[in-house]
Ligand binder design. Structure first.
Ligand code: KG4
Ligand code: ZN
Length: 356
C-alpha cells in the first residue's frame, strides 16, 4: 500500500446524497454525487425511508461512475472508506453494507469514517489556494442534518465537540421557514434569494442561547426551533390583520438572526480556545450572508477563515475518503470488520471501532 498517498474510495450515504469520491492522498480524482433531494421536495424535508431507497438504487452506478471519472480500477485501490455515522440509520446502513461488500470482495482494508470529521477533512482537499491547512482548527458545520462547533486538534486522532444544536439543525430551520413563507424547497437558497431585497432589521427575531445565563451550559450550543416559531407567529399575526406578508423582510430578518448567532458562537469558540482558525462546512455555508459576515467578523477578530468550495462543503464521498487517507498516512489500522452504522456516532469517535 502507498501510505504517503493512498488511493482511497469513499462512500457517503448519511443523508440524501449518495456520494462516492476517490482521492490519492489529498488530491481528488473523482467526486460523484447523486442526490435524492427532488424526491423530498414535496415533503419539505428529507424523508428517511425515501433517502434509504434512493441510496440503494444509486450506490452501484455511483461507484462505477467514480471509478470511471478517476480512471482507476477497483484493484488499483489501497482502501475503502465509508461514513459510519452520524446520520439517518437506514441511509447509513446502505453505504456501510455496500462498503463491506466491496471490501470483502476485493480484500481491501475498510475504514469506518465519522461524517463530521469528514466535513473537516474536506478542507484538506481544497487546493484552490496555497494556504497549508493548520491544526488546531475550529469548525462550524452547518447543514440540513447538523449544526456543530468542533475543535479539531488533529484530524486522525483528536476532535472535540464544543457544542451542537439542541433541536433543529440550521438548514432544517431554513427549510421550515421557507415553507412558512411559501418558498420552494430546499429553503436555504430560496430564503437567500428572497432576503437579498429585504430589510434584515425589520423584525427582531430571537438569538437563542445567547444570554449571559446561557454561558455556563449552552455557550456553544444552538437552538433554532424558537426562531422558527417566532417567524410562524409573525406570519400569523400579519395574516390575521389582513395584511400582505412581507416575505422579503421576514426572510432577511430570519437569515440575519441565524447568521448572527452562528458566527457569534463560532468566533467566541475561536477566542475561548485561542485558536485563530475557523473552517466553515456543510450546505448552509452556501449562504451569502453567512459567508459575508464570516469574512467580516473573522477579519475583525484576526481569525483565518477557510471555506472549501461548495462541492466539498456539501455531503460528498471525497471528504470521507480523505479521512481514511489521513489515517493511513498517520499509520492507523483499518476499522474492525464488525463495525456497524451508528446514527448517533459522537464527533469525538474519530477512529470508528479500531481494534474492537
Ligand atoms: O450539506 P447539505 O447539502 O446536506 C445535508 O443536509 O446534509 O445541506 C443541505 C442544507 C439544506 O437544509 C439547505 O436548505 C441548506 O443546506 N442550504 C442553505 C443554502 N443552500 C443550501 N441554507 C442557507 N443558505 C443557502 N444558500
Ligand atoms: Zn453533512
Amino acid at each position: 500500500m502507498n501510505r504517503e498517498h493512498p488511493l482511497v474510495l469513499g462512500i457517503e450515504t448519511s443523508c440524501d446524497e449518495t456520494g462516492v469520491g476517490i482521492v490519492r492522498g489529498r488530491t481528488v480524482l473523482a467526486n460523484v454525487v447523486a442526490s435524492s433531494m427532488e424526491q423530498h421536495a414535496r415533503y419539505g424535508g428529507v424523508v428517511p425511508e425515501v433517502a434509504a431507497r434512493a441510496h440503494l438504487e444509486a450506490i452501484e452506478p455511483t461507484v462505477r461512475e467514480a471509478l470511471r471519472v478517476a480512471n482507476v480500477k477497483l484493484s488499483d485501490l489501497d482502501a475503502i472508506a465509508v461514513t459510519a455515522g452520524p446520520g439517518l440509520a437506514g441511509a447509513l446502513m446502505v453505504g456501510v453494507g455496500a462498503a463491506k461488500g466491496l471490501a470483502s470482495s476485493t480484500g481491501l482494508p475498510l475504514y469506518g469514517v465519522n461524517h463530521l470529521v469528514g466535513h473537516i477533512a474536506a478542507d484538506l482537499l481544497d487546493q484552490s489556494d496555497d494556504n497549508e491547512v493548520e491544526y488546531p482548527q475550529v469548525a462550524l458545520l452547518v447543514s440540513g442534518g447538523h449544526t456543530s462547533l468542533l475543535l479539531a486538534n488533529d484530524l486522525a486522532r483528536d476532535v472535540q465537540m464544543l457544542g451542537e444544536t439542541i433541536d433543529d439543525a440550521a438548514g432544517e430551520a431554513f427549510d421550515k421557514v421557507a415553507r412558512l413563507l411559501g418558498l420552494p424547497y430546499p429553503g436555504g437558497p430560496s430564503i437567500d434569494r428572497a432576503a437579498a431585497d429585504g430589510d434584515p432589521m425589520r423584525f427582531a427575531f430571537p438569538r437563542a442561547l445567547s444570554l449571559p445565563k446561557d454561558r455556563e451550559r449552552n455557550r456553544f450550543n444552538f437552538s433554532f426551533s424558537g426562531l422558527k416559531t417566532a417567524v410562524a407567529r409573525t406570519v400569523e399575526a400579519i395574516e390575521q390583520a389582513g395584511q400582505a406578508v412581507p416575505v422579503e423582510d421576514i426572510a432577511a430578518s430570519f437569515r440575519m438572526a441565524v447568521a448572527d448567532v452562528l458566527l457569534n458562537k463560532a468566533i467566541d469558540a475561536c477566542q475561548v480556545t485561542g485558536v485563530p482558525r475557523l473552517l466553515l462546512g456543510g450546505g448552509v455555508a452556501a449562504n451569502q450572508l453567512i459567508r459575508q459576515l464570516a469574512a467580516e467578523r473573522t477579519a475583525a477578530a484576526g481569525i483565518q477563515l477557510r471555506v472549501p468550495p461548495l462541492s466539498l462543503c456539501t455531503d460528498n464521498g471525497a471528504m470521507i475518503a480523505a479521512v481514511a487517507s489521513e489515517r493511513i498516512s498517520a499509520g492507523f489500522p483499518a476499522s474492525s470488520g464488525g463495525f456497524a452504522a451508528d446514527s448517533t456516532l459522537p464527533a469525538t469517535d474519530t477512529q470508528v471501532s479500531v481494534g474492537v
